[in-house]
Design a protein around this ligand. Structure first.
Ligand SMILES: Cc1cc2nc3c(=O)[nH]c(=O)nc-3n(C[C@H](O)[C@H](O)[C@H](O)COP(=O)(O)O)c2cc1C
Ligand code: SF4
Length: 449
């Protein structure tokens, strides 16, 4: 069930509606000619609390990975007390295989900035930080240029939002990330913006109460903020007409979603589809099918931290229930990476753990040691030097570190765990074929260090 007309990615060339010949950054003038900043104008005609209510009722869920309800998050802010209040826009996008936010800012930066202005108005925030991935050199220039245009046209600045239509003034700054994956974790990002090492903070206090520089802060993903524009313009019922209800009594997955498909497909790219689309439909109808006519073996649904789908989960529905319905951590960024039948799943697991071991910030011992430990065990198995005991060890380590088991500060370790657990469990025979039986029974332990 593809969306009938593009909502967010109408200007993204790899989307089915896009024409590669039109590949360019949409300027302020062009954006305004096609109805740009009308949503902000409409939002300013409402009271801030009414905008918050609209977003709450739309049931928009965060597009940064966790799917947390956006409007609900906004209600955690305390009442304004005259001091500073911040918006931190998360455009770190360092999750491997995730590239949807990049295309939004590559082609439509004002859609995102309009969302920033709407969120600041609704939540009564006076300062926005656009936190962008360190490696996004070209995109940083595009965003800075768009911010300059927005200032020049009175969107941001001392006169108040939209040339003073609201008394509320918002300043917007671009902040470039330090280039580590952990800087995308929301409190790691706050530390980074404050000029420190991007080490996640222990919560509580939560950022809505005590965030940037100790002040109330809302953190949202690029795509979440971009979605505010059409929601304000067309309303909650229109938003709910796309996507799907939950099949397990959880909150719904409404709206379209940008899904960046990569891996063994014929047409990798960013596609805008309804949440709830079957993975098989996304691959076959949008991404041109599996390369070389090969069979589907598995997929990462959205970022390597979510775990892996197995061969019998080709028809998995890509909605926010996917974690519970398909034994995963969650939908994540909804940017699936597809594996064909020839993929070596031991190598996939080893590669993923290498990433997490490299990117662990090292604050928590279970994560610092556990991610490297799983990586070393997987190297051993891949090279044919592992034993069956290593498989149990992998699952034991993966079951005992992470924020879910209460032993780490942030969710990076959980990403490592879910990859290990789902790959070992769903592709166990591949691992068993690579390991030797353990010699513990005769008093000799092989490869258990
Ligand atoms: C290790 C780690 C890395 C993350 N990286 C990103 C990221 O690059 N971009 C992002 O939007 N969210 C990222 N998140 C999720 C953020 O912490 C946060 O939930 C999100 O930005 C909130 O935005 P949303 O509610 O609009 O989805 C990451 C989380 C973890 C644990
Ligand atoms: S879980 Fe890992 S990445 Fe997160 S704070 Fe602890 S050591 Fe750092």
């Amino acid at each position: 069930m593809p969306v009938t007309e593009p909502v967010l990615c109408k200007r993204i060339p790899t989307a089915p509606w896009g024409d590669p010949k039109d590949r360019h950054v949409v300027s302020y003038d062009e954006y305004v000619k096609t109805g740009g900043y009308e949503s902000l104008e409409k939002a300013l005609s409402m009271k801030p609390a009414e905008v918050v209510d609209l977003v709450k009722e739309s049931q928009l869920r965060g597009r940064g990975g966790a799917g947390f309800p956006c409007g609900l998050k906004w209600t955690f802010l305390p009442e304004p007390d005259g001091g500073r209040r911040y918006l931190a826009l998360n455009c770190d996008e360092a999750e491997p295989c995730t590239f949807k936010d990049r295309l939004l800012i590559d082609f439509d930066p004002h859609l995102v900035l309009e969302g920033v202005a709407i969120a600041c108005y609704a939540c009564q925030l006076d300062t926005a930080y656009f936190f962008i991935r360190g490696e996004y050199h070209k995109q940083a220039k595009v965003v800075q240029n768009a911010i300059d245009e927005a200032y020049a046209h009175g969107i941001f600045g001392k006169q108040g939002l939209l040339k003073g239509k609201s008394k509320q003034a918002v300043e917007c700054y671009l902040h470039r990330s330090a280039g580590a994956y952990i800087c995308g974790e929301e409190t790691g990002m706050l530390e980074c913006i404050e000029g420190k090492r991007g080490w996640p903070r222990i919560k509580p206090p939560f950022p809505a109460v005590q965030g940037l520089f100790g002040r109330p802060t809302i953190i949202n993903n690029v795509e979440t903020l971009a979605a505010l524009c059409p929601i304000v313009k067309k309303g909650k019922d229109w938003w709910a007409s796309m996507g799907c209800e939950s099949s397990i009594g959880a909150p719904p997955s409404y709206g379209p979603k940008l899904m960046g498909v990569s891996g063994h497909v014929n047409k990798p790219g960013v596609y805008e589809v309804d949440l709830g689309i079957k993975l098989s439909t996304l691959i076959n109808d949008f991404a041109g099918g599996i390369r070389g006519g090969k069979k589907f073996k598995g997929a990462i649904p959205g970022g390597v931290s979510m775990g892996v789908l197995g061969p019998d989960q080709f028809d998995a529905e890509m909605d926010f229930d996917i974690g519970r319905t398909n034994q995963l951590l969650g939908l994540g960024t909804a940017c699936p990476t597809i594996f064909d039948e020839d993929t070596d799943m031991v190598a996939v697991a080893r590669n993923i753990c290498r990433f997490f071991a490299n990117e662990s910030c090292g604050q928590c011992t279970p994560c610092r040691e556990g991610t490297s430990w799983t990586y070393k065990i997987l190297c051993r198995i891949e090279q044919g030097n592992g034993t069956s005991k290593d498989l149990d060890m992998l699952l034991e380590i993966a079951g005992s570190m992470g924020i879910v088991s209460g032993t780490t500060i942030c969710g990076l370790a959980d990403g490592n765990n879910w990859a290990v657990r789902t790959i070992v469990n769903k592709f166990r025979s591949e691992f068993e074929a690579r390991v030797r039986p353990s010699l513990v029974a005769v008093g000799v332990t092989v490869g258990a260090s």
